[in-house]
Design a binder for this molecule. Structure first.
Ligand code: GMT
Length: 378
C-alpha cells in the first residue's frame, strides 16, 4: 500500500509511534510518505520506501497565527495525488485529523480514506479544552477509521465525546530485537533509576526527585532524567534544594534510547495520567522493571507485582519503596526483569502489532470503497 503518515515530528510518544510504524511498514514493502513540518525524530532517512515531504507554512503580516493546519492539508492533498496514496494515517487528533479531512475533500480523483490514531493528551487535555472539544469530536467522527492505543483510551473517548463509530484498540509496540537487555552494561557502576519524558506537568517529574531522596536513605542510587520540557527547570532546582544535584543527571533529549535504557536498573514513570506509557514498554523490552502509576492505560501494559509495579498517583512513599526493593533485592529484580521482557515479547512486539495495522488499513480501504460505491449508486 501507499500510505501518508502525519505526526508531530518532535519528541513525544505519538511521533515516535508514528515514525516507527512507518519504518516497520516500509520494511514490509509498503511505500510510506511522511508529511510534517520537520523530519520526524527517529526517522532513519536511509530507510528504503520512506519519503519525507515538508510542510512550508508561509507567514504574512496579517497572520497573527500562521495557519499550519491549512498548509498541512494542502501538502497532504498534493502528496496524495502525486503518489497515488491509498490512505492517510494521522497521529494525534488536533490538528492532523482536521487537515486530513480537508485533504480528503480536496482529492477529487477518488475517495482518499483517513485513519486517526488517538494517543492520549489529544483526548484527555487538548480535546477536553473548550476551544477544541467540538472540532476534535467532529474530526474523529468524520475519520474513516479510528484507532487508539489502550482500552482505557477507547472507553474515555466514547464516554467523553460520545463517539458512536467503532474504535479499534491497537496497542503500542516495541522492536524487541533493538530494545533488549544488556547485562554487561548494567553491571557497571551505581544503581541507576531512569525517567524518560517530555517534562510536561502531566509527567510529575518532581516526584522522581522526591522519590530518589527516599531511595537514597537505603541505596546509593542515582537518577538519570532523559528528555526535556517545561518542568525541567523546577526539577533541577528541587534537586539542588534537596542536596541531590550530585546524584541526578539531566541528559536532555536523547536519540538512541535503545542504548541508554539497558544500562538502567529501574524506570520511574510517576505520571498523573498515561494513555499507555511507551517509555515503560521500551524499558520492559530491555528487562528494566518499571515503577509506574496506576493511571489511565498503564494497567493494560504492566501487571502489578509480575512484570513491574503500579502505585497510586502522588504516593511517592510507595513508589520509592518499590524502587528500593528492586535496587536492593537481586532475585526480585531478576524475576521482574525477565517477566517484563517476556511481556514485551509476547504481547507488544512489532511482529504482533504491525500486522494489526495492516489488517485495519485493508478493512478501512475496503469499507471506504464500499461507501463510495454506495454514494455513487444512490
Ligand atoms: O505525553 C507524552 O509522552 C507524549 C504523548 C504524545 O501524544 O505525544 O504521549 C501519549 O502517546 C504515547 C504514545 O502512544 C503514549 O505512550 C503516552 O502514554 C501518551 N501520553 C499521555 O497520555 C500523557
Amino acid at each position: 500500500m501507499r500510505i501518508g503518515i502525519t505526526c508531530y515530528p518532535t519528541y513525544g510518544g505519538s511521533g515516535i509511534v508514528a515514525t516507527e510504524l512507518g519504518m516497520e511498514l516500509a520494511q514490509r514493502g509498503h511505500e510510506i510518505h511522511f508529511v510534517s513540518y520537520d523530519n520526524p525524530i527517529r526517522l532513519d532517512p536511509d530507510t528504503p520506501n520512506v519519503y519525507y515531504h515538508e510542510v512550508d507554512v508561509a507567514t504574512y503580516p496579517l497572520f497573527r497565527y500562521p495557519p499550519y493546519s491549512l498548509a498541512l492539508a494542502s501538502r497532504m492533498a498534493e502528496v496524495a495525488e502525486r503518489y497515488r496514496l491509498d490512505l492517510l494515517h494521522v497521529h494525534y487528533a488536533i490538528p492532523h485529523s482536521v487537515s486530513a479531512l480537508l485533504a480528503q475533500e480536496m482529492t477529487t480523483s477518488r475517495r482518499l480514506p483517513f485513519i486517526t490514531t488517538l494517543h492520549g493528551t489529544d483526548i484527555t487535555l487538548v480535546g477536553a479544552d473548550r476551544s477544541y472539544f467540538l472540532i476534535t469530536k467532529f474530526s474523529i467522527e468524520r475519520s474513516d477509521g479510528i484507532t487508539t492505543i489502550s482500552e482505557y483510551m477507547r472507553r474515555r473517548t466514547v464516554d467523553f465525546f460520545g463517539v458512536q463509530q467503532p474504535i479499534q484498540v491497537i496497542h503500542n509496540f516495541v522492536n524487541c530485537s533493538l530494545y533488549r537487555p544488556n547485562e554487561e552494561a548494567r553491571s557497571r557502576g551505581k544503581k541507576r533509576i531512569l525517567h524518560i519524558s517530555n517534562f510536561r506537568p502531566v509527567k510529575r517529574v518532581l516526584d522522581c526527585v522526591y522519590a530518589l531522596a527516599k531511595v537514597r536513605e537505603h541505596v546509593d542510587a542515582e537518577l538519570i532524567m532523559a528528555g526535556d520540557g517545561p518542568d525541567r527547570g523546577s526539577a533541577e532546582r528541587l534537586a539542588r534544594e534537596l542536596g541531590l544535584d550530585g546524584h541526578i543527571r539531566f541528559l536532555g533529549k536523547q536519540d538512541h534510547m535503545e542504548r541508554l535504557i539497558p544500562r538502567m536498573h529501574a524506570l520511574h514513570l510517576p505520571s498523573e495520567l498515561e494513555a499507555f506509557g511507551l517509555a515503560a514498554l521500551e524499558a520492559m523490552a530491555c528487562g528494566v522493571p518499571p515503577v509506574a502509576t496506576r493511571a489511565g492505560g498503564v494497567p493494560d501494559l504492566i501487571t502489578h507485582g509480575v512484570d513491574g509495579f503500579t502505585e497510586p498517583v502522588g504516593n511517592i512513599e510507595a513508589q520509592a519503596a518499590r524502587l528500593t526493593e528492586l535496587l536492593s533485592d537481586d532475585d526480585l529484580h531478576a524475576r521482574i526483569a525477565a517477566a517484563a521482557r517476556n511481556t514485551a515479547q509476547t504481547r507488544f512486539c512489532t511482529d504482533l502489532i504491525i500486522p494489526q495495522y495492516e489488517a485495519y488499513y485493508e478493512q478501512v480501504c475496503n469499507d471506504s470503497g464500499t461507501r463510495r460505491f454506495q454514494a455513487v449508486s444512490t
